[in-house]
Design a protein around this ligand. Structure first.
Ligand SMILES: NC(=O)c1ccc[n+]([C@@H]2O[C@H](COP(=O)([O-])OP(=O)(O)OC[C@H]3O[C@@H](n4cnc5c(N)ncnc54)[C@H](O)[C@@H]3O)[C@@H](O)[C@H]2O)c1
Length: 382
């Protein structure tokens, strides 16, 4: 076997990115061959367009021997139950982010895939973006020294119906596990934890720039993170910004600074006095080549690297580089941010862990609507 066949569960936006990522890439180690969706119209449209087999029933789909792995791209509250069903059927599981709304659901996913003996990875594309892999190398080499300050941003203009229509699953507390912090913040926490280690405490503000229904979460948020390493990071996430989807990151260390912006063709600039810095006394763009392109290219590039990595782990019997435990830790930072918004103060990870060990982390998601700032009262959308 020199490639892995995948079936897709959920034929929406994310599924499209994954398929596009491997289109016309003969060297990749995977093929998407089948799909299932509860919405038959979506299923038919998607499978016709991509010329793959359609399965209307999940049980028949999971019994199929057309593929050995599944990609799960469904609303967040379904990640845990569908991962368990797929693992029980013996399929390797690649599931979209965030792993799940609560830590207990993450545990269910870890346990089910371990017991079934299948490979399991959360599809956190930011972990596999070549620019981020390069930044990790820069940090490990010590080009910035000790990072003590940083800020990062993701701005995405989502369809306003995703907020305003109470029937869409996105950004709802019950089906999405919260708003933009759960949906987009989790990308940031996954890479920041990888770069900087463990979060010690956090403070978060959640706001709504749109007057969306009560059951919908925040569409903008600012989260301040303090890492055990001593680094302080300011994370801003928005689903309402009026520009093509973008991410940026700024890291300041004891001997250098790194700037990253996904909308630049060369996404990284470094200023450093390290002896391996390519230029001294000025910013430089690293000479090492890595694949990148402004949105939507960085989406399909990162999806391709991520899906290929997972397929190679299946083929070579290796452990995925992004572990389920790391994905769960990113969910823990989402919940810590929400807990801090509810507390209206700096909140320690130990406080979240106390909840996890006693009443359960679903409790953090209860009554979150009460603490969201109604910023739309002062905002006039034209
Ligand atoms: N990595 C990224 O940058 C990125 C981007 C977009 C979405 N996502 C993630 O992908 C996942 C899906 O998001 P989306 O934007 O594609 O959502 P979407 O609403 O566009 O698509 C979800 C699909 O799942 C189907 N579905 C719902 N319930 C189902 C069930 N029980 N069984 C089978 N299918 C079911 C829906 O009919 C729909 O076609 C989420 O986890 C989201 O956070 C990730």
């Amino acid at each position: 076997m020199d490639y892995v066949n995948f079936g897709i569960i959920g034929c929406g936006t994310a599924a499209g990115f994954h398929i596009l990522g491997v289109k016309n890439q003969p060297e990749v180690k995977l093929k998407f061959v089948a799909a299932h969706d509860v919405d038959e119209k979506n299923l038919k449209r998607f499978t016709r367009r991509h010329k793959i087999t359609a399965y209307t029933e999940l049980e028949n789909f999971l019994q199929s021997d057309e593929f050995e792995a599944v990609l799960i791209t469904v609303p967040h509250y379904l990640h845990a139950p569908i991962t368990k069903q797929a693992a029980d059927a013996g399929k390797h599981v690649l599931c979209e982010k965030p792993m799940a709304p609560t830590l207990e659901e993450c545990d269910t996913m870890i346990q089910a895939t371990k017991e079934a003996g299948v490979k399991f990875m959360i599809a956190e594309n930011h972990r596999f973006l070549p620019a981020h892999q390069y930044i990790k190398k820069v940090l490990v080499k010590g080009i910035l020294g000790d990072v003590y300050l940083g800020r990062t941003y993701e701005g995405a203009f989502c369809e306003s119906s995703q907020f305003l229509d109470p029937n869409t699953w996105n950004f709802r507390f019950d089906t999405g596990g919260g708003g933009v912090v759960a949906d987009q913040g989790v990308h940031k926490f996954s890479i920041l934890n990888w770069f900087l280690g463990e979060v010690d405490y956090a403070q978060c503000w959640c706001g709504k720039a749109f007057n969306s229904p009560e059951i919908k979460g925040e569409d903008n948020a600012i989260i301040l993170l303090h890492y055990k390493s001593g680094a302080m990071i300011d994370v801003s996430v928005s689903s309402t910004t009026i520009h093509p989807l973008n991410n940026n990151l700024e890291l300041h260390g004891t001997i250098g600074t790194l700037l990253e912006d996904h909308s630049w063709n060369d996404p990284i600039k470094i200023f450093s006095s390290h002896n391996e810095a390519e230029k001294k006394g000025q910013y430089y763009i690293p000479s090492e080549y890595f694949e990148h392109g402004p949105y939507p290219k960085y989406y399909t590039i990162s999806a391709r690297y991520e899906d290929t990595h997972f397929a190679e782990c299946i083929l070579n019997g290796e452990k995925p580089e992004f572990t389920p435990e790391q994905a769960k830790n990113a969910v823990a930072v989402v919940l810590l941010a929400y807990l801090s918004a509810k507390n209206g103060r700096i909140t320690y990870m130990d406080e979240l862990m106390e909840i996890y060990n006693t009443i359960g982390t679903q409790n953090v998601l209860e009554n979150l609507a009460d603490v969201i700032h109604h910023n739309y009262n002062q905002i006039h959308w034209s």
